[in-house]
Design a binder for this molecule. Structure first.
Ligand code: TYD
Length: 137
């Protein structure tokens, strides 16, 4: 058993005449206590980012602009694909989840993370992920 990814639909206040506002309230809307926010932008469409898992970090990934294709492999070997194409939709990425992301032109990706940056929390080598996966089976 492992934690599974899932999508979160955030509130979308407003209407097309005035525009919209979405919210992530840290008090009660997340499955973890956030410690960090970061964002990526100007990513060429040909680039695949991510290509790693985390030992402990949990994350919510949002496309606040543009479209992001997220491919996920859980430690149980389950595969998921999410197309984030609405600024009020996020995906929860549990620990020990291999993930890659591809971006439409000018997409902006916002990530809310449960930990401060720590390179030792990364699993960047897919063969290491595979070894952990086998032990987990
Ligand atoms: P990385 O997490 O590998 O980016 P992506 O998943 O989008 O491909 O991070 C890219 C680089 O930035 C890497 O050298 C680590 C560094 N980095 C920090 O210094 N602090 C951070 O909070 C993050 C997320 C990355």
């Amino acid at each position: 058993m492992c934690q599974k990814p899932y999508t979160l639909e955030l509130p979308m206040l407003g209407d097309s005449s005035i525009g919209y506002l979405s919210i992530v309230d840290f008090k009660d809307m997340l499955p973890f206590e956030p410690l960090r926010i970061y964002w990526t932008y100007f990513t060429p469409e040909s680039i695949v980012r991510g290509r790693h898992a985390h030992h402990k970090t949990e994350q919510i990934l949002l496309a606040v602009s543009g479209i992001i294709l997220v491919n996920i492999e859980t430690i149980d070997g389950e595969l998921y694909t999410y197309k984030l194409d609405k600024p009020n939709m996020g995906v929860y990425i549990p620990p020990l989840t291999w993930h890659t992301m591809q971006y439409s032109h000018a997409a902006v990706q916002l990530i809310i993370a449960s930990t401060s940056y720590d390179e030792s929390d990364y699993i960047r080598d897919y063969t290491v992920f595979e070894t952990i996966k086998k032990k987990h089976a």
